[in-house]
Write a protein that binds this ligand. Structure first.
Ligand SMILES: Cc1cc2nc3c(=O)[nH]c(=O)nc-3n(C[C@H](O)[C@H](O)[C@H](O)COP(=O)(O)OP(=O)(O)OC[C@H]3O[C@@H](n4cnc5c(N)ncnc54)[C@H](O)[C@@H]3O)c2cc1C
Length: 493
């Protein structure tokens, strides 16, 4: 089936593709995005540390060093507009020895060269005053005031919902299979449709190399580097007040200890080069290794409160920097977007707009662009929770009533689930709802609420189908080729 033609079509719905889409929508043009999964942010953007880095880690002159410091400036404003949740809590790189302290000074100097403000070296007394749970033997730390934490997939979801609100097309379950360039137009084929566009942007993360090769472009191969994590129950994040890093190593920033945006304690990631771009399994050995590294940083790790492990894959290319280029006329490739790609996404979006799209078409401001997106609910770390007994009582309210407590652990009511279903993308799985509402992300990991959420999704789509009007509901129309309510159990969050 042939679909409408776009000025710009983006392949890949992670934070980079979605940031580019939102940037382009602030100009008058038609923009589409194709994502192979049943939700946005299901690739690298789903499973990472969620740190907005200050920008002192990378060598001056690299794209990473140029973009990351901008991120720490961008995220406050973005959060004011999109309400995905961002906390500027600051980070500490911890030194044990005099030679470690020399490394801190080198990082500070590098940060200054990269244009990072708010960097200072803390002495031992100050360090233990602001971070009492630290192990005893640290002597100094590099403090980066501008580092922050976000929930990465909620950032992507907020971008996507805002894009849909501003009239963009997001096609879920649209894996790109083939691309042809004919008479100045790109023809992009998925299993069910063919899309056409004047310009094409490849933000396919781990698979950006395969997408470029569909056009016969010789592009560096992407190698996955796995990073595993362990997450603890809500509330445990208060053990630490900052993102805590060891001294960096050759393979990266090392195993960190941090609160997540919602207030869970999180430990990870390691760095293991693997062959498969799909393998996000974690092993007991890896988790033990993470814990032993974290034990060298903090005391009182709440072992019995561990609720899940997960892994993400870094898309690595030779050289290590981001690769951003117009690989052929009208086709732009974003490749090797590993860390700090989340931090850099807004700056990458501006770069792609000014160094690619603006060279092919006149950019005119879209005066109807609405940058705002309403929040779902208060973040978990700010909420007051009911006692487990009361939450259980409220879970007995009929499931059809908006007050019904659907998820007892995270205390999420039906009204929040419906808000997420109403927000613009056609969502079909409990995982998609969990990423938006946190129903299923608590101590029982969805044992209690999963079937309840499935029921709500099923009833929602059934009633919507009955009152369905194709003219009114473009998102539903665009995704309606899917089998409804495909309740597939996934191991990964
Ligand atoms: C362990 C780990 C820790 C990290 N920590 C941080 C951090 O703390 N801070 C930070 O700034 N960065 C961090 N990063 C990096 C950051 O997560 C990535 O740079 C960023 O998420 C990349 O986003 P993306 O949009 O390029 O890729 P993705 O999120 O992978 O998006 C690409 C999308 O393309 C889709 N796709 C692929 N092939 C096709 C196809 N044929 N058709 C249609 N769609 C397709 C995929 O399904 C995917 O959704 C970390 C990464 C990892 C793995």
């Amino acid at each position: 089936m042939s679909k409408p033609s776009f000025d710009v079509l983006i392949i890949g719905g992670g934070v980079v593709g979605l940031s580019i889409m939102r940037e382009l929508l602030s100009y008058t043009m038609t923009v589409g995005l194709l994502e192979k999964h049943d939700d946005v942010c299901s690739g690298v953007s789903k499973a990472n540390s969620g740190i907005i880095h200050a920008g002192f880690d990378d060598n001056p002159g690299s794209l990473r060093a140029r973009f990351a410091p901008q991120g720490s400036m961008d995220f406050k404003k973005l959060d004011d507009e999109l309400h995905f949740g961002y906390r500027e809590i600051g980070s500490l790189v911890l030194a044990r020895t005099d030679s470690d302290t020399k490394i801190l000074k080198a990082l500070q100097a590098r940060g200054r060269e990269n244009g990072v403000s708010g960097l200072s070296i803390l002495e031992k007394s100050e360090l233990y005053r602001i971070e009492p749970a630290l192990q005893e033997n640290f002597i100094a730390a590099l403090y980066a005031k501008n580092s922050g934490i976000v929930s990465p997939y909620e950032f992507g979801i907020a971008l996507a919902e805002n894009c849909v609100k501003n009239g963009a097309y997001i096609g879920l379950d649209q894996a790109v299979k083939a691309i042809e360039y004919k008479s100045g137009v790109y023809h992009v084929q998925t299993e069910t449709d063919t899309f056409t566009s004047k310009l094409l942007i490849n933000t396919a993360g781990l698979h950006a190399d395969s997408i470029s090769r569909m056009l016969g472009i010789n592009t560096p191969q992407i190698h996955p580097r796995k990073g595993s994590y362990i997450v603890f129950n809500r509330g445990t994040g208060s053990l630490v007040n900052h993102v805590l890093f060891p001294i960096p190593q050759e393979t990266g920033k090392g195993v960190l200890v941090t609160p997540t945006f919602h207030g869970n304690l999180m430990i990870g990631p390691n760095a293991i080069d693997i062959d498969s771009k799909e393998d996000v399994s974690t092993t007991e050995e890896e988790i033990e290794d993470l814990l032993s590294k974290a034990e060298r940083i903090v005391t009182n790790i709440p072992y019995t409160m561990a609720i899940k492990t997960f892994a993400g894959l870094r898309p690595k290319i030779a050289g290590g920097d981001f690769s951003l280029r117009e690989a052929q006329e009208g086709f732009f490739e974003c490749s090797g977007i590993a860390s700090p790609g989340l931090t850099s996404a807004p700056a990458i979006a501006r770069y792609v707009c000014s160094h690619f799209v603006a060279l092919h078409m006149k950019l005119e401001k879209n005066h109807t662009f609405d940058p705002y997106r309403a929040p779902y609910s208060q973040p978990q770390y700010k909420r007051t929770f009911l006692s487990p007994k009361q939450a259980n009582e409220e879970s007995k309210i009929p499931i059809s009533e908006s007050d019904c407590m659907i998820c007892r652990c995270e205390q999420i009511r039906r009204s929040t689930i419906i808000h997420a279903l109403d927000a613009g993308l056609s969502l079909r799985t409990p995982e998609a709802l969990a990423r938006r509402t946190r129903a299923g992300f608590g101590f029982c990991q969805g044992n209690f609420c999963r079937t309840r959420v499935e029921t709500i999704i099923h009833e929602y789509h059934t009633s919507k189908k009955n009152s369905f009007s194709p003219e009114k509901d473009t998102t539903f129309q665009q995704n309606s080729s899917r089998v409804p309510a495909s309740f597939i159990r996934k191991q990964n969050r």
